[in-house]
Design a protein around this ligand. Structure first.
Ligand code: ATP
Length: 342
């Protein structure tokens, strides 16, 4: 591992190549990154890249290696092997420079019992080098954005969990960073506070910021992320869009069927039909799995049902839940013993 240096390096967002073509520098670029603690291989040779302006969800079970990876990106820990760059700048060699690009929101933030919201933000704005009017403007802007203006004089230890998370996000935004690294920002928030946080992240993404966010609430990540990165036991096991995960493999599809009468007939029919498996019953019919995801094959199944006399009143393909997709990928990994990286 090389010693940190204070020398700056090339960090412009767009590099002109000799060929005349422009190459966009990834907002985050991780290459063969590993982190071993005594007796624990927390991160094992992971590689991924995030384009500027993307929102990426980082998903994994407890202990999978999310916080370790994020702390390295936030220059708070060193990799044992491999490299990580933020906007083209190496996190180990040039941590000071990287810190100007990133806003870091840890999963736990320290308590400052004797400080108000305003004092807290003002303190960090000073620490970041803002002075005079510029500091006042920056703190005011951040309080407005995170809806903390009316709470400016409230003591931090009197804030609710949601308010505290907004304050923590506000702190990470003071220096207007390009890349936000948010470690489980929605943990412990009630549904309203989660919606508010999601709204703020959406605005930040619309402003062109890159957001790297970890969470256990997959459905929410699916709604706000361009893609999801799954990590398991320190290895990346999948990188893809939420839509592709919901669609699942192209080898089968799940269909929910409702019958206008005699719902039990669906199971009887499915059990005698080749290429169709009965999954479970519902009050008005049930779910079946069709051995193909081709539209023509699905249409044929519907036709066969109607021809057999079933009174089909609803027939629609059911998307997989992201949680199911995650569990399925884990199952595939266990069965094959090899990670799937796409
Ligand atoms: P969670 O969802 O519970 O926050 P995580 O995916 O963020 O989990 P990490 O915190 O990165 O997981 O931990 C990955 C592994 O590394 C765990 O086994 C953890 O115990 C171990 N680990 C993390 N930090 C250290 C450390 N400083 N010393 C020793 N082991 C550590």
């Amino acid at each position: 591992m090389s010693e940190p240096s204070t020398e700056p390096e090339q960090n412009t967002a767009v590099v002109e190549e000799g060929s005349g073509e422009t190459e966009v520098v990834p907002a985050i670029e991780v290459t063969n990154l590993s982190r071993h603690f005594e007796g624990v291989h927390a991160v094992r040779g992971i590689s991924f890249s995030v384009s500027p302006g993307q929102v990426i969800g980082f998903v994994g079970a407890n202990g999978a290696g999310k916080t370790t990876t994020m702390r390295i990106l936030a220059t708070l820990d060193y990799p044992t092997e491999g490299t990580a760059k933020i906007c083209g700048v190496d996190v180990v060699k040039y941590p000071e420079q990287v810190r100007r690009h990133i806003g870091w929101m840890p999963d736990h933030y320290g308590t400052y019992s004797n400080m108000t919201v305003l004092e807290y933000l003002d303190f960090f704005a000073r620490a970041l080098g803002f002075r005079g009017e510029e500091r006042v403007d920056r703190v005011t802007e951040v309080m407005e954005f995170t809806d903390l203006t009316t709470l400016a004089d409230r003591l931090i230890d009197k804030l609710s969990k949601g308010m505290g998370q907004r304050l923590c996000l506000g702190r990470s935004l003071l220096h207007d960073p390009d890349v936000l690294i948010l470690d489980e920002p929605a943990a412990g928030l009630d549904p309203k506070a989660r919606v508010e946080l999601k709204h703020l992240i959406r605005i930040l993404s619309e402003e062109g910021k890159t957001v790297f966010i970890s969470s256990h609430i997959l459905s929410e990540l699916g709604e706000m992320c361009d893609s999801l990165l799954f990590i398991n036991q320190g290895q990346i096991i999948h990188h893809g869009t939420a839509d592709s995960l919901k669609r699942g493999s192209s080898e089968s599809c799940l269909v929910e069927v409702q019958l206008a009468s005699e719902p039990e007939k669906l199971q009887e029919w499915a059990e005698l039909s080749p290429g169709v498996k009965f999954v479970d019953a519902t009050k008005e019919g049930g779910r079946i799995e069709i051995d193909s995801a081709e539209k023509e094959e699905i249409a044929k199944v519907l036709r066969r049902m109607v021809t057999a006399g079933l009174e089909v009143s609803d027939f629609h393909i059911q998307e997989r839940k992201l949680e199911d997709a995650f569990i399925e990928i884990l199952g595939e990994i266990e069965a094959s013993g090899t990670p799937i990286v796409s």
